[in-house]
Structures are given as structure tokens and as C-alpha cells.
Design a protein around this ligand. Structure first.
Ligand code: SAH
Length: 368
């Protein structure tokens, strides 16, 4: 047998992909359902243990296929119970995945890229540069690993009730792999999560939002961070390409297509930058006609950033103004900051191919 055969990772395939795969090897498509149940319901990835497949098929699968989740390289647990894993795929790249336990739910925050190609100025992941897209298997494999590690609660339910694509990367820049992973999260033979329990967060890639709207039903979160274009451009450079008016048009179409669904807008509060009462008033004008919810995130600092978190007083004042204006706004409690697991703090190990991390390091040295 040749030693260098490349086997297909069955975690890279969603249900339709798996059906096509089994047909391509002359098997009935229902094999897809059998294999998915083993992988995602039983947590079994060893063909030998998939007893309903028959010895002959199992042996063939072992030659041409494999089921490989990412490897856990490091585990950190916060005093508040938040867990962060460094997960690797070989080749030196690694990403971070975070589990946030709450009284009635457990949210898993997963990554979609190694690093990020966007350069949001207040985000630690952005400062690391970009290496590559994750495959479907590398995305869904984070959920598989976490589910396996966390086990079940006392009632035998999975401890992961919600999944958010809010880790490293811009999910809509890795559209196809992300959509297949979303479909495995939603599918009954996968993790079986309802649409409102799966949230994709984007920095505002308008064509991606429009495409997502027509592709799969999940909840959408949009990183807004500023109510006016000139300020938003400084925080989220992607705004130069897709300014606020265009972004909100796309958001309105999204909610229009998904009846009853609201959009979550994320707004990181940065001291003296976007936390003025005038910003809050402008935000009200911007969002009041959209079925939306505002998530106010106190800025999480990271080494080398020039930004600071808004004071408690400014945060409360900001929240009061937007709520009096009729918006639903919650201040997101910072979780896991003692292990750098909070929003915008995920860094993993990025073999930066953009040289951005190096440029930023140089700038810091010259600014000293
Ligand atoms: N690329 C996607 C997914 C990242 S989600 C997106 O931009 O939405 C992570 C969320 O945390 C985003 O809203 C992001 O803007 C925000 N964030 C990034 N850095 C942060 C920081 N240092 N403090 C608080 N929030 C931050």
C-alpha cells in the first residue's frame, strides 16, 4: 500500500457532502446518516467501532477516509468557569476556542480562520495577521472536541446549548467551509441546534451577509462599534468598502427574510473614542427601525493596544441613553479575562503570512 495516500476527512463534509461521498464509492447515501450519528451523536470517530457499517465497508473507509478533529494543545480555566482551549491542526497553526458556562446555557465560541485578514484596530486577533482559512472539519471539530471534553450535564444533555462564531477570524471570508459547518451544527444528525442558538458574527461583509441570508438560517451578529462612517472606518477599516448605510440595508434584508429574527449589533465601548453620549444618540437614530438588540462590550485590553476600556460610568450612561431611545441593550459581562479568553483577546498561534504582526511590532518599537 502506498504510504502517502491522502485520506478524505469526513468531518470536512456536511450531510449532502457525505451522501455524495458514499455514492461516489458505490454505497447507498443512507450511510451518511449512520456515520453522522456515530460522529456527532456518539462522539465516535474510529471506523472499527461503527458496527452497523459492515466489516468490508469499514475496511474500505480506513483506506480512503479518516475522521480527524483538531488536537487540544493547551487548556486554561478561568476563575469564573470559562474554559479556553488552544487547538492545533499540525503545521504550526493553532486557534482558540472558548466555552462560557452560564446558569441556563453553555455557549461555545469557535474560530473560523487562523488569524484574521481584516485589521480592526482594537482587536488582538487582527494584530496577529492572517495565516489561512479553517476547513469545515477544523471548524466543526472544535465543537466535537469541546462536546467530548465537557461531556453531558446531570440530565444527560450536552452542555453546549449555543454556538457563536465569534472567535478568531471573519467567518464570511471563509464562506463555504463556514456554511457547511453551520449546517452540521443545525442538522438533526449533527449537533441539532435551533437557528437562534447558532450565531455568526461578522465585521460587516455586505455581500457575505446577503449570500448567507439566501443560504442557511442562523442568527446574525454585526460588529458595528460606531454610528458614523468616519469613526467606524478607523475602528473597522472594512467600513471603507461597505459603509454603514449599505451594511444596515443588508441587515434589514436579512431580518426581512428571516421573519421574527432580530439582529444583534455588537458595540465595543472604548474610552474617549466611541462612548460619548452623542454616539449613543446617533446609534438610536440608526437602529431604531431595525428589529435589533445591542450588545455593549466593555473593551478588553491586550498587550500593545493604545485603547482603554470606558469607565463604568460612561458605560452606564451610554446604556441609559440607548435604552431611553427604545433600543434593547445589554452590557456583556466580561468573561474569562484572567485567561485572555474575552472578546478580541484570542490569539492562538498564527504563522502570519501578511507580515502585519511584524509591521505592528516595528511601529511599537519606533513609537517607544
Ligand atoms: N470577525 C467577526 C468575529 C469576531 S467576533 C466580527 O468582527 O464580528 C468578536 C467580537 O469582539 C467582535 O464584535 C469584535 O469586534 C469584538 N472585539 C474585538 N476586539 C475586542 C476587544 N479588544 N474588546 C472587546 N471586543 C472586541
Amino acid at each position: 500500500m502506498p504510504t502517502s495516500v491522502t485520506r478524505i476527512n469526513l468531518m470536512d463534509l456536511d450531510e449532502s457532502g457525505l451522501r455524495a461521498f458514499f455514492q461516489s464509492i458505490g454505497e447507498k447515501p443512507f450511510r451518511a446518516a449512520q456515520v453522522m450519528k456515530w460522529i456527532y451523536h456518539q462522539g465516535i470517530i474510529d471506523f472499527d467501532r461503527m458496527t452497523n457499517l459492515g466489516l468490508d465497508l469499514r475496511q474500505r473507509l480506513m483506506l480512503i477516509a479518516e475522521i480527524v478533529p483538531p488536537r487540544v494543545l493547551k487548556t486554561q480555566t478561568s476563575v469564573d468557569g470559562t474554559c479556553k482551549w488552544l487547538m492545533g491542526f499540525g503545521g504550526g497553526n493553532a486557534i482558540e476556542t472558548v466555552f462560557i458556562p452560564q446558569p441556563k446555557r453553555g455557549t461555545l465560541c469557535i474560530s473560523s480562520q487562523v488569524g484574521c485578514a481584516l485589521n480592526c484596530t482594537f482587536c488582538a486577533t487582527g494584530a496577529q495577521g492572517f495565516s489561512r482559512n479553517l476547513t469545515t472539519g477544523e471548524i466543526i471539530g472544535q465543537v466535537w472536541q469541546a462536546a467530548k471534553i465537557l461531556g453531558q450535564d446531570r440530565n444527560g444533555r450536552s452542555r453546549i446549548t449555543n454556538v457563536v462564531l465569534m472567535g478568531m477570524g471573519e467567518p464570511l471570508l471563509n464562506f463555504d467551509a463556514v456554511v457547511s459547518a453551520l449546517s452540521l451544527l443545525r442538522h438533526d444528525l449533527g449537533f441539532g441546534l435551533a437557528a437562534r442558538r447558532v450565531t455568526l458574527s461578522t465585521a460587516g461583509l455586505v455581500p457575505g451577509i446577503d449570500r448567507l441570508r439566501d443560504t442557511i438560517d442562523v442568527a446574525l451578529a454585526v460588529s458595528l462599534h460606531a454610528p458614523v462612517d468616519d469613526l467606524r472606518e478607523k475602528l473597522v477599516p472594512l467600513n471603507k468598502k461597505y459603509p454603514i448605510a449599505e451594511l444596515l440595508r443588508s441587515c434589514a434584508d436579512y431580518v426581512g427574510a428571516k421573519r421574527k429574527r432580530t439582529i444583534t449589533f455588537e458595540y465595543t465601548l472604548i474610552d474617549g473614542i466611541n462612548d460619548h453620549p452623542e454616539h449613543a444618540r446617533k446609534l438610536v437614530k440608526l437602529l431604531r427601525r431595525l428589529p435589533s438588540k445591542l450588545n455593549l462590550i466593555p473593551f478588553n485590553p491586550f498587550p500593545g493596544t493604545q485603547f482603554r476600556c470606558s469607565s463604568d460610568e460612561s458605560i452606564r450612561r451610554f446604556q441609559k441613553i440607548v435604552m431611553q431611545g427604545g433600543l434593547i441593550a445589554i452590557v456583556r459581562k466580561t468573561r474569562g479575562d484572567d485567561i485572555d479568553a474575552a472578546c478580541g483577546q484570542l490569539v492562538g498561534k498564527v504563522l502570519d503570512r501578511t507580515r502585519r504582526s511584524e509591521r505592528i511590532r516595528q511601529q511599537r518599537i519606533t513609537n517607544r
